[in-house]
Every structure is written in C-alpha cells, then in structure tokens.
Design a protein around this ligand. Structure first.
Ligand code: LLP
Length: 463
C-alpha cells in the first residue's frame, strides 16, 4: 500500500510518517460494504445501525467493548457456502474461528457441518445439539480422553495427524468396538501466500503427514490395515487468509495423485477429499476476496479434471471455511477514552479494549479498518493508530487508519471484520474482562456470549 500526501490538518504535519496506509478515503462517513456486515448502514442522523439497531443503543444496553454480530449476514454467508457446493459436497464450518451454542444452532439450521479441534469445541457442538455424525474432529495432538469422547459420541470423522495418532485412534476405537471413520491429513508441500504462522502445508511445521518421501503413502498403508479404522479420505489444509487459488490447485493435484497411488497399490478408491479452509476476507478496502460460488466452481473443476486425468471416480469434496463465514459478520464496538496527538507523527486513539479482544494485529501484523459510528462528522481526516488499554506498547488494534479530526472521548468507533479469530483468541491479559458477543437480527439484539465478570475471573483463583 502506498504512502500518501495528506491535506494538512490541525493535528498533522504536512508529511505523514511511514506506514501501511493508502490515501485517506474521500468520505470518512462512508461504510465500505466489502468490510462491513451486510445490514450495517448509517441512519439519517449519521448513527450507524446494524440489523436496524443503532450502535448507541447497543452500547447503552450491552456496554463496550462488544463484538456485534449480524445474524442475518452469518446465515446468508453460511447458506451461500452450502448452496455453492451443492448436494455432492460438504461444508464444515471451522469452529476455531468463532464458536458458541447459538452459532452451532444456526449452522445446523443452515445445513452446514462442523469442524472442531478440541474437547471444548466438541463439548460446545454436542451441547447445542449438532448431530455427531456431522462433526469432524481435528488437531495435531488430540489426547486419548478427547479421542475416546469423540469416538463414543459418534463423530462423523476424525482427521488423523501423525503415525502415533493412527495407532492411538485405532486402538481406542477397537477397544470400544467401533470402526471409526477417519481421514489422513497430509502436507502437500505448498507455500501458501500468507503469514508464516497461519500457513500450514509446507513441510517444516507441526501439522499433517508429509507427502514427500512416501510418508503419507505409508500412513495410508497402516490405516488400511487397522480394524478400528475406516479410511474414507485424504485431508489437506494449506493455510489461512488466502486469496490466490493456485495453492489449492497444486494441493488438489497432489491429493488426487495420492488417491491414484492408493488405487494402484491397494485397489481401493477412497471416496472423499477435504481441501480444508483458508479463504481470505476483506479487512480493508484493498482486499478482494472471492465469492463462495467462484471458489466452489474452481475447486470442483480442479478436482474433477485431476480425477479424469487419473481415471478415478470423482470423490466427494469437503471444505472447511471458518473466517470466510463468520469474519465479515461482526464488528467490535469500542468507546474512545483518550485522543493523544503526537506532533509530526500520528494521533493515538485509546479504546476500552485492545489486544485482549483482538490479538491479530500484534500477532500477525494484521490490517484492519475503523470508523466513527456514533455520529457522522465533516471534520478533516487525521491519521490515527487505534490502541488498547493494556500495559504494552504493542497493544495495537488498528495500526494506521484515518478518522475525523474532531474525534473525542466518549465517541464510539467500530472495527469491522472481527468475527473470526478475535473472540476465539481473546485473553484476560491484565485481568481485562472478555467482551460479550451480541447478535442482532431484524431489530432485535440478544447476547449469545455474555461479558465476563470479575466473579468469573476470581472463580478460577484458588487460595
Ligand atoms: N481447517 C483446518 C484444518 C484449519 O486448521 C483451519 C484453520 C481451518 C479449516 C479454517 O481456516 P479459515 O477458513 O478460518 O482460514 N488465528 C489465525 C488463523 C488460524 C487458522 C488455523 N486453522 C488468524 O487469526 O488469522
């Protein structure tokens, strides 16, 4: 992104400091539909509304900070994924992006399956009534207790991540008299163009079994020999926040290559392949994500073409979007506490949350947008850094953005596209209480995850 000149304002030097920002938007009151949830708009008084409710009312009733989730948007994105892939494929929502019982019920109603990766996520799914056979259980180090619980519950599949786990799951399933449906997660050796910590298909990392050196083929040999396992397919997940489909193309090519080798060696055609999640969303107006129907078309075509080439029956495809379903559906609502202009640099805007409700900026250098939402303003723009209230200078929510120059304590600002990996990665750093998730739909708001209280904090403190 470019560094740009900026009209000199009362709080600015003529030349802006280095940073990751484009020119200030022509209209700071505009809300780019790419980054905001579908029902978000500004009313005639300039106040932002979602699902027909003003943010000022939400702040009054539920306090700040709060994650505000547009339920209609969530459902419509879930449905778009479901429809795009049709009856011959399965969509597993990745619960790690954000999970609560309400979300599980919406997914169930919209016909999506669910990917869980811990005992806690499994418990949430089961307690909200998700049928176990629509749950996939993931993770690179599932404990024996978690495996036993998943097998007993009757999960539709366990995704095996190591040789030891192949033996472990087979043993547990057999001792329970079950033949557990499993997939093997392989690493196909693709470098996805994303942050190192969220890229997962190159070989030097902890997930999956490498295709290279025949390890994946050996894993298949072992799984096919074990009575406790029914091997239904191969799984590949190449990373997260990916826009470029070429990584999926290479992954599909290599997974199908393995299916062909399995057919040639064992005379078995595995019926399923899972291409994981990882599709990117817009955090700023510069991002251009693909629509689910384009992704479905591209993935289906790749797999079909590869299978025709290998003379294999086309397997049933599944995908595991997390961020692309929930990410754009929520924003974090904050109250401005202090506004601190630093001459020649930028203005620091401190809000009542921070890295405890959004660690992504500190962890991945993630970019976000921000807007003044409790009123419209015609003031000139100023370059800001939105920071939290934690005792750490890396406590940054939005690194570089523009807000109106008349921003003042008490104003509400909102950071869009915080539905994924914000509440689910939230912490209690500095004993700050984790915000609630408020779902809004058709003029009604309800808390689906309540705000943490000091009693919640002290409940864990023994002695
Ligand atoms: N399937 C598997 C096996 C995964 O490991 C993941 C994400 C997904 C699906 C869903 O990926 P998505 O569609 O949401 O990109 N905390 C990071 C993201 C970590 C993703 C881990 N695995 C972040 O905030 O960007």
């Amino acid at each position: 992104m470019s560094r740009s000149a900026h009209p000199a304002g009362p709080r600015h030097a003529d030349v802006l400091p280095e940073g990751h920002y484009s020119a200030p938007p022509a209209d700071l009151n505009a809300l780019d539909p790419k980054v905001w949830a579908q029902t978000v708009e500004r009313d005639e008084d300039g106040v932002v509304t979602v699902g027909g409710i003003t943010v000022t009312r939400l702040a009054e009733e539920y306090g700040t900070p709060a994650y505000v989730l547009d339920e209609a948007d969530f459902r419509s994105r879930a449905r778009a994924w479901r429809t795009a892939f049709g009856a011959d494929a399965d969509v597993f929502y990745a619960g790690k992006a954000f999970l609560s019982r309400a979300v599980v019920r919406w997914l169930d109603e919209e016909g999506l399956n669910l990917d869980v990766c811990s005992g806690g996520e499994l418990a949430t799914a089961l307690s909200a009534g998700m049928p176990a056979d629509r749950i996939a259980f993931h993770g690179n180090n599932k404990s024996p207790e978690e495996i036993e619980r998943a097998v007993r519950a009757g999960v539709g599949r366990i995704v095996l991540d190591s040789f030891q786990e192949i033996a472990r799951v087979a043993h547990i399933a057999q001792s329970l008299g079950v033949r557990q449906r499993v997939q093997i997660r392989i690493t196909v050796g693709v470098e996805a163009h994303t942050h190192e910590f969220i890229a997962t298909a190159h070989e030097d990392q902890k997930f999956g079994i490498p295709l290279a050196g025949g390890q994946a083929a050996e894993a298949v040999r072992r799984a096919l020999r074990l009575d406790g396992l029914e091997l239904i397919g191969i799984h590949s997940h190449i990373g997260s926040q990916i826009f470029d489909m070429s990584g999926f193309e290479v992954a599909a090519h290599r997974v199908v290559g393995l299916l062909k080798d399995i057919r040639d060696e064992h005379g078995v055609e595995l019926p399923e392949i899972d291409l994981g999640g990882g599709l990117g969303i817009a955090y700023t107006s510069d991002d251009d994500p693909r629509e689910p129907h384009e992704i479905a078309k591209a993935l289906t075509e790749i797999v079909t073409r590869e299978c025709e080439g290998a003379k294999l029956r086309t397997p049933r495809i599944s995908v595991e979007p997390g961020r692309a379903v929930v990410g754009p559906t929520a924003f974090t609502l904050y109250e401005v506490g202090t506004v601190k202009p630093l001459d020649g640099l930028r203005t620091y805007v401190s809000v009542d949350g921070g890295m405890s409700d959004n660690i992504r900026t500190a962890l991945y250098d993630a970019e976000y947008s921000v807007a003044l939402v409790s009123r419209a303003s015609d003031a000139e723009s100023m370059l800001v850094r939105v920071v939290g209230k934690h005792c750490e200078s890396g406590d940054i929510v939005v690194k570089d953005a523009f807000l109106p120059g008349d921003l003042a304590p008490g104003d509400l600002i909102a950071v869009p596209a915080t539905g994924a990996y914000c509440r689910s990665m939230a912490s209690n750093y500095n004993h700050v209480l984790r915000p609630p998730v408020v779902a809004v739909r058709d003029g009604e708001a309800r808390v689906i995850v309540r705000r943490e209280t000091e009693e919640d904090l002290l409940r864990l403190d023994v002695g």
